[in-house]
Write a protein that binds this ligand. Structure first.
Ligand SMILES: Nc1ncnc2c1ncn2[C@@H]1O[C@H](COP(=O)(O)OP(=O)(O)OP(=O)(O)O)[C@@H](O)[C@H]1O
Ligand SMILES: [Mg+2]
Length: 371
């Protein structure tokens, strides 16, 4: 097993000007499960393919362990990749599909058989080894694709959206299986997804990319609790964080009659470019219901209540007309409420931000200002 290091790794596709991946610096520890996440086109697959040797590196280096593999052939990198379209050979049995790469590599038959049987046991595929892929369910086929990677006993697993062909329920099951399997095998894994829930639930650490640029790396908890900028703040978490631009007045971020006290340290970091404003983010669960007329409360008009059994969310509008507030792609405020005390559509509720639960960012740079 081995660590993986991207050292200013850059990929510029021929005929394009902007790098698809721009000076990526990232260290994946030996045995770690690292998730690369970000919106479509941000450079996730390109980063993975650079590590696999399927894409040229136009600047910087990539290391597996201490070895500089930047110019090493894919087959000599000791990695195994699982793709979204993990086409299995339809005319071959499950066992032959799983052992194919070993056969090509000239591994003795008995050893292939042994490794395939071991992998089949881990993946719960033993009873299907003689079947053809078409006689398997989607989830079982996906496990065969995993098996192909496992039998090779590589130093690093690379996975590019391996679950996106599965339906929602199977995806949730399989992601748990992959995460626990990876922990059992202890093989360093780089896993690509655009789904932030998948990232939060599977990764030891998460790396968020946007426009080819690494935004932040950290544990799921760190990404959730202290997003480094407004992009990560809005991307990680579901429902998304509420984010708005507020005026700074007398040490507070102000919208209409409502206000959020700001730490002195935060105000000290503002520059002229911020124009006397701050961006404040607060998660749906960071709001408390307050009574009518409470100090610093926001008035929210309820548009919709989403009841999920254990939780309920209000989607509503801030009553102050000068507010610019949104949550993810919606321009509504989202408030998590007690599912046993649900307001009616059209009601107005009063909410305050739990003390210290706000996230403050610079309007000019988007960077985090609060600790
Ligand atoms: N062969 C290519 N030639 C030119 N540009 C490319 C090529 N492959 C990818 N790109 C561009 O590079 C950028 C990154 O692409 P990449 O496939 O890495 O994105 P991604 O994050 O994996 O997205 P998705 O979630 O949609 O799979 C995109 O802007 C894409 O259009
Ligand atoms: Mg991709």
């Amino acid at each position: 097993m081995a660590s993986v290091t991207y050292d200013h790794a850059t990929r510029v596709y021929p005929g394009t000007e902007r790098p698809a991946v721009d000076q990526l610096n990232l260290q994946v520890e030996d045995g770690e499960f690292l998730v690369l996440v970000g919106p479509s086109g941000c450079g996730k697959s390109t980063s993975l393919r650079m590590l696999a040797g399927l894409e040229d590196v136009n600047g910087g280096h990539i290391y597996i362990g201490d070895r500089d593999v930047t110019d090493v052939q894919p087959k000599d990198r000791d990695i195994a990749m699982v793709f979204q379209n993990y086409a299995l050979y339809p005319h071959m049995s499950v066992a032959d599909n799983m052992g194919f790469a070993l056969k090509i590599a000239g591994t003795p038959k008995a050893e292939i058989r042994q490794r395939v049987e071991e992998a089949a046991k881990i993946l719960d595929l033993t009873e299907y080894l003689d079947r053809k892929p078409k006689a398997l369910s989607g989830g079982q086929r996906q496990r065969v694709a995993m098996g192909r990677a496992i039998v090779r006993q590589p130093q690093v697993f690379l996975m590019d959206e391996p679950l996106s062909n599965l339906d929602a329920k199977l995806r949730v099951q399989t992601r748990t299986q992959i995460a626990s399997l990876q922990r059992r095998l202890g093989v360093t894994t780089v896993y690509v997804t655009h789904d932030q829930t998948e990232a939060l639930t599977m990764g030891d650490r998460i790396a968020v990319l946007k426009d080819g640029l690494l935004q932040q790396v950290g544990t799921p908890r760190e990404m959730y609790d202290t997003p480094a900028n407004t992009f990560v703040a809005g991307f990680i978490g579901s429902p998304a964080m509420n984010i708005g631009t507020f005026e700074v007045k007398d040490g507070k971020a102000v919208v209409g009659h409502a206000a959020v006290p700001l730490e002195r340290d935060v105000i000290g970091q503002l520059t002229d470019a911020d124009g006397g404003k701050v961006v404040v983010g607060f998660r749906p669960e960071s709001l408390d219901i307050a009574h009518d007329g409470a100090q610093d409360a926001f008035q929210v008009k309820v548009n919709l209540v989403e009841e999920l059994g254990s939780d309920a969310f209000v989607y509503g509008e801030l009553q102050s007309s000068d507010a610019d507030l949104h949550s993810g792609s919606s321009d509504q405020v989202i408030v998590r409420i007690d599912p046993r005390e649900v307001p009616m559509k059209g009601d107005t509720i009063h909410v305050t931000i739990k003390q210290g639960a706000e996230h403050v960012f610079s309007p000019a740079t988007g960077a985090r200002l609060s600790s």
